[in-house]
Ligand binder design. Structure first.
Ligand SMILES: Nc1ncnc2c1ncn2[C@@H]1O[C@H](COP(=O)(O)OP(=O)(O)OP(=O)(O)O)[C@@H](O)[C@H]1O
Ligand SMILES: [Mg+2]
Length: 239
């Protein structure tokens, strides 16, 4: 599914959080929103999700205007830094959560759910953790489970807000590599927020560099390195 974000404006009172933000993500590609704290990344992701409304601007999924479509009908999977797993559910129950919530005519049978959970556990390379509880996992393992839970229902779009933010550098690197692998394997269009330029370069098809609510520059990582168009981009990419 392709995503088009057109002329999004968002104010909180007098404060302009997003000022005429536009960009597109091709089907099956991963875009990152990269920028300093407070530049509007989470706000924009929440607007794309339908968790927040924009003041003006439109959002299109595969050319269809979804600006007024409620979050539940947008077909999105989420992984958030603080979107913790359910503590009293096992890994398998966490992953199955979204499947159990599907409307009756779409809901898989118990056997089908078990099969799907096993398949996802293989995908995140944690088959042996099925019956564990979140506190019995490492931070990195928990975020893998969160990813499996997010993609269990085959959403058309995956949104990730600093998914590795709480992890140490080594685990972060491992996880971004496996996220990218899984994202490519299943071909899911994805938008990830990060303030880590190295992470953005390592995983992205497109990087959208934001500053104070505007898009400073966007492009493929090598294009940004070859032709940064402002001092801010030069600084932010550490050139
Ligand atoms: N509900 C709100 N009410 C008022 N101001 C808000 C609200 N949500 C966000 N803001 C402000 O909008 C700006 C952008 O916030 P946002 O959370 O999108 O930043 P961010 O780029 O995700 O930052 P970080 O990297 O720290 O997560 C900030 O200045 C924030 O204080
Ligand atoms: Mg944020």
């Amino acid at each position: 599914m392709s995503i088009d974000i057109k002329n999004i404006h968002k104010r909180f009172g007098e404060f302009t959080a997003l000022n005429d933000v536009s960009f597109s993500v091709n089907s099956g590609e991963l875009a990152t929103l990269l920028g300093p704290s407070g530049c509007g990344k989470t706000t924009l992701l929440r607007i794309i999700a339908g968790l927040e409304t924009s003041d003006t601007g439109r959002i299109y999924f595969d050319g269809t205007d979804v600006t007024d479509t409620p979050v539940q009908q947008r077909g999105i999977g989420f992984v958030f830094q603080n979107y913790a797993l359910f503590r009293h559910k096992t890994v398998a129950q966490n992953i199955a959560f979204g499947l159990e919530l599907l409307p009756k005519h779409q809901r898989p049978t118990g056997g089908e759910i078990d099969k799907r959970v096993a398949q996802l556990l293989d995908l995140i390379q944690l088959p042996h953790t099925k019956d564990r509880y979140p506190h019995e996992l490492s931070g990195g393992q928990r975020q893998r489970v969160a990813l499996a839970r997010a993609i269990a229902t085959n959403p058309k779009l995956l949104l990730l807000d600093e998914p590795f933010g709480a992890l140490d550098a080594k685990v972060r690197k491992e996880l971004r590599t496996s996220l990218r692998q899984i994202q490519k394997d299943i071909g899911i269009t994805s938008i990830m927020v990060t303030h880590d330029q190295e992470e953005a370069v390592a995983v992205s098809d497109t990087i959208v560099i934001m500053n104070h609510g505007v898009v400073e520059q966007l492009g493929k990582p090598d294009e940004l390195f070859a032709r940064p168009n402002s001092e801010f981009v030069v600084d932010f990419l550490g050139l």
